[in-house]
Design a protein around this ligand. Structure first.
Ligand code: PMT
Length: 400
């Protein structure tokens, strides 16, 4: 997996920089091509000469250094297939999370384009627990940046706690997995739905639900990063439309149905993460409803089931994936939906739990297959959970 791959290795200023050198050695032993970028602080711990000797390439330290007459950060970013920063200090994590580019490494991070990034945080345990650092790590995760979490143990400052950089072997394995994910969906068209729908009660009010769109957006970004051509159909959310994706914003279940059924025939994979309203007010009021009576009765009409319609018209070879958001009898209900809607896979989501599901940054899923097999996706960021689900979908797609 690593032989011949072009890896940019960033070293920042922490005692774990010596492990960064070991990581360089392991990568070279696996026949990867490694170009090293060192911050000024990293050079206080270990010399560029060490890394040059280990990598066999010149070590980069300055933003405005010419490289074969090309601007350094742009040409290096274009050369690389992945960027690994080990160790990644709280300082560099903070800069990356906030778009600050005041040295070669952070500038390269901004100029990275579509290449995957893996960070191996390393710092004192107090710093690692600090809310600002947690927020920065979360912001990066939400942007698809992968982490190899630090281990607990004795830290350079003499205390025990979480903050020791992961071992070079662990980082190597995480990088190999990341590259393997690589572009396994290249050439495939993927349709993802996300968010809630809104069903008008009158011109200013609507029925809706708590879906934030985070799960569906994470799936769309992950599929894009794995090389797919992605179309994201989303109900109203506070999220920014991801770059490199064809985005169709809708409001009602009827509009989502129309957009999805129009796009569906050309799709290789369809993933329905949207929380579509099952009912809509039968006759939305033309004017704002006045509060002139003590109660209000609204008649609701059933909305069409988009996923069931897709299941009925599924072309050969298309992989159709649904979610089941349940507050009780999770697996039984999910299994029923899997069969009734003619799905290839359903992700059962226990939304009775407060820590996952609707409007949370993390999720945990049970994947159910038509043959009765099950697979657990443990509590993970929605980004990581999205990749696990795509791993399962890619396996179905690759079945002979
Ligand atoms: O958006 P987030 O805040 O990140 O939250 C994520 C999530 C909880 C919304 C997501 O993980 C999830 O579980 N999505 C499915 C929500 C849902 O509506 O589940 P359901 O069990 O009611 O529907 C089953 C499946 O049928 C779903 O794939 C749904 O998209 C689809 N459906 C449902 C009703 C309908 N009229 N048309 C549909 O296509």
């Amino acid at each position: 997996m690593l032989a011949g791959r072009k890896i940019l290795l960033g070293l920042t200023g922490g005692i774990a920089a010596y492990k960064g050198a070991e990581l360089c050695r392991l990568l070279v032993r696996k026949e990867a091509q490694v170009k090293v970028v060192m911050t000024q602080n990293a050079r206080a711990f270990i010399t560029p000469l060490t890394l040059q000797t280990l990598s066999g390439f010149k070590v980069y330290t300055e933003t405005f250094e010419a490289d074969s007459y090309q601007v350094g950060h742009v040409s290096l970013a274009r050369w690389a297939e992945a960027l690994v920063v080990a160790p990644a200090t709280a300082n560099v994590i903070g800069k990356m999370a906030n778009g600050i580019a005041d040295d070669l490494l952070t500038t390269l991070f901004l100029a990275r384009g579509q290449i995957p990034v893996l960070l191996a945080p390393a710092m004192n345990d107090e710093m690692y627990r600090e809310e600002i650092v947690r927020d920065n790590l979360k912001a990066l995760r939400l942007r698809g940046i992968r982490m190899v979490d630090p281990n607990s143990g004795q830290l350079a400052c003499g205390t025990f706690g979480v903050g020791r950089m992961a071992e070079p072997g662990e980082i190597l394995a995480a990088l190999a997995a990341l590259l393997k994910e690589g572009r396994d969906l290249a050439g495939l068209k993927v349709l993802v739905t996300a968010g809630p729908t809104r069903e008008a009660l009158d011109p200013v009010r609507y029925f809706s639900n708590r879906s934030s769109g985070k799960m569906g957006f994470a799936l769309a970004r992950a599929a894009r990063d794995r090389g797919a051509e992605v179309c994201l159909v989303s109900g109203p959310t506070a999220l920014e439309a991801p770059g490199g994706i064809s985005f169709l914003g809708v409001e009602t279940a009827a509009q989502m149905m129309e957009a999805v059924l129009r796009e569906a025939p050309g799709m290789d994979i369809i993933i329905k993460a949207a929380a579509v309203a099952d009912y809509r007010p039968l006759k939305p009021a033309e004017d704002k409803i006045k509060k002139d009576s003590s109660s209000l009765t609204v008649t609701l009409a059933r909305n069409p089931d988009i996923l069931a319609a897709l299941g009925r018209q599924k072309p050969a070879g298309q992989v159709l994936v649904g979610f089941a958001a349940e507050t009780r009898d999770l697996l039984e209900n999910a299994a029923k939906k899997l069969a009734a809607k003619n799905l290839d896979l359903i992700a059962a989501n226990d939304v009775s739990r407060g820590d996952i599901g609707f409007d949370r940054d993390e999720n945990a899923l049970t994947l159910l297959y038509p043959g009765g097999e099950r697979e657990e996706v443990p509590l993970l960021s929605k980004e990581a959970a999205a990749h696990r689900l795509l791993d399962a979908i890619a396996k179905i797609k690759n079945r002979p």
